[in-house]
Design a protein around this ligand. Sequence first.
Ligand SMILES: C=C(O[C@@H]1C=C(C(=O)O)C=C[C@H]1O)C(=O)O
Ligand SMILES: NC(=O)CC[C@H](N)C(=O)O
Length: 745
Amino acid sequence: MTAFRSSIPFNVLFINSYDSFSYNVVRLLEQQSHKGGYGEVRVTTIHNDTFTHVSQLKKYLPHFDCLVLGPGPGSPVNGVEDVGLLASLFEDDDLSQIPILGICLGFQAMCLSQGAQVNELMTVKHGQVYDIELTIESELFKGYPSQYKSTRYHSLHVEPSLGLIPLAHTNDENGQLLMAIQVVGKPWFGVQYHPESCCSELGWLLVSNFLQLAQRHNECSGRCDYKGSIYDVHVYDELDKTIDKTPIYEHQVDLPTQDISIREHNVCKSPLLTLYLCDAIHDFKFVMASSSQDPHRGRWSIICLPNENSDVLTHYTSLNKTTIYKWRDRNVSWKDVNASLQYGFVHPCVFSEDKGQFWQTIGQFVSSRLMSSRPDLPFVGGLVGTLGYEMGDVVPSIQSLNPDAKLVYIENSIVIDHFSGKMYTISLSDDFPVHIMQIISQLSINDPRLEWPSELPPMKFDIEVSSDASYQHAFNACQDYMRRGDSYEICLTRQTQVTPHGPLAPWRLFQTLVTRNPAPFSSYFDFQDLIDLPKDRTLCLLSTSPERFLKWDHDTCELRPIKGTVKKTDEVDLQTATRILKTPKEFGENLMILDLIRNDLYELLPDVRVKDFMSVEEYQTVYQLVSVVQAQNLSDSIYSGLDVLKHSLPPGSMTGAPKKITVQLLHEIEQRKRRGIYSGVTGYLSLNNRADWSVNIRCLYSYNGGYHWLCGAGGAITVLSQGESELAELNTKLDSALQCFTNSE
Ligand SMILES: C=C(O[C@@H]1C=C(C(=O)O)C=C[C@H]1O)C(=O)O
Ligand SMILES: NC(=O)CC[C@H](N)C(=O)O
């Protein structure tokens, strides 16, 4: 009996209130497996609206050793609309015998149910690390020092009340605040702070102590007898399925090796080489160049050469349609494709599918071609292109004929390693274009001369910017949401439209953009993918992004969120910027996104680490605060990098936290405008199972071949932000790209 019982995991039911930190809690619980007498910890996660009322959950409760109620947006005072199941959870009599740990929102809901008041804080705390002091000795804090540091994310707080035993507190401008409690006479505990944050000390010990308390309670009360009698794995499977986490494609353990034709050339290490080569190649090309470098980024540049074998995959989220045709296929006419897209006529290249199905289409395309060859190269061929903001799972669809995703299959490419001075001409089908090889042989690849103009040709531009008053209005709306506890950080953005008065070739504009604002992710994409594609339906993207979103190889995934920006001026040097970027405002901004990114990775992968904590990086016009988060052992997972990409779009640094609710709020605040390409990602899925995607910021893009250029800019708003300085920051970022137009004439 004992052996049988110990092989049954300690089952935790986690109620996820749609926070961007939920999976940090789930993994922290799992990581405590075998650290106490409770054995292996198995967490089953449901959402707080998976069931509308506790009566629907009741039959599952005996199958769990304890409940953990996660943090989240909203207020328990607003009842079911804000907190779903948590509003009725505590009404159930059986619950008084079930051990519960409430975290932040979960804690507040628990305390409210005991008659305590939940009020708004005078001074809200988001992403702020405080000293927490133990009020009395308790089992929950066994092994703790009397004071320790933890991260707080809250707008609301619980007033002390008769039914609550205070266990820990903190002090700030609001006075003394309750930070942990036990409910009198019940195995219910709660913490106001976030033990799962990467800046919280001893969070693991709190969780482990709680699990031990729960185990002991269940033994004494006889609750855990269920393990012998009613244990039924199907219950957990049934609940697990309420949150869809099916992998996009099945993981292949042994990828085939494939012959790739690769020629290696010795070249100079200058990043100018890529641009110099591109100038000489007049064929269609997509470029992902490093025009600036540092020890961590900017090592590689890739020039992609589409040909007649290049499939072009385009997705339109609001039309629920995908088109697939070959690059500039003579037999495919845009007119017919367009008629099918708009009026539903049958066309062999147009497919009805939603964005979830489109991810599967990409998955199928790539997984059937994956290979183990040349893992040393970042790219050997594969899909390259851009995925817009609306490709994100949580983003509402807005009617549009503009594509949301465009990926092109590339067989022939030039890959340059700027660190070692090597260049690789690569062909998956052994037909690297002879004339391009000839061009290369005639160029002085060891001494590239690049004279790119920092000015555009003399020309007038109309620049349409929305008013500062409307920004201020939106800023105030953000502040209201954050004060009420609906969001902790909101990345507020706006877009500017530039109309050149004459013809301006995208490549010419790219030259000036890159010269003015060199960046590690300089991308050029001009998708003239059908011969008769009219200019006013041609998607173009010119990017000088400083921000990596996600890269992966067969075993590691890395995200690199930027959050925290200071303008470079004569007075602000690296040292001053570092001081400013380490103030509570910037620190909190970065920490929130760092914890969110950990969550995005933890949702799918168990082994996530912060590799670089808030380093200051210098760019042409700004200093930025950057963190690096990695997930290891991807090869042991059922998930692929593509799953991580799908699940973590749109980038947290472009939304704020919690991501789901904040994206919904932004939809209203930004007046239901599509963000489109801006706030999406650009990069590649290489067939050797490597990928690299940058965030679409500091870029110019056009849906009509350059008649109008759009440029988005924004920044994270927190409760510590001030409208005027946020607007100034937005304008600094806008200027990184927009300066091309404003300084010339
Ligand atoms: C929103 C933008 O940038 C994002 C916001 C940042 C910030 O708030 O500090 C920094 C980098 C980006 O993640 C933009 O450049 O338009
Ligand atoms: N992190 C949280 O769970 C926050 C809870 C609640 N929305 C507040 O702002 O106080």
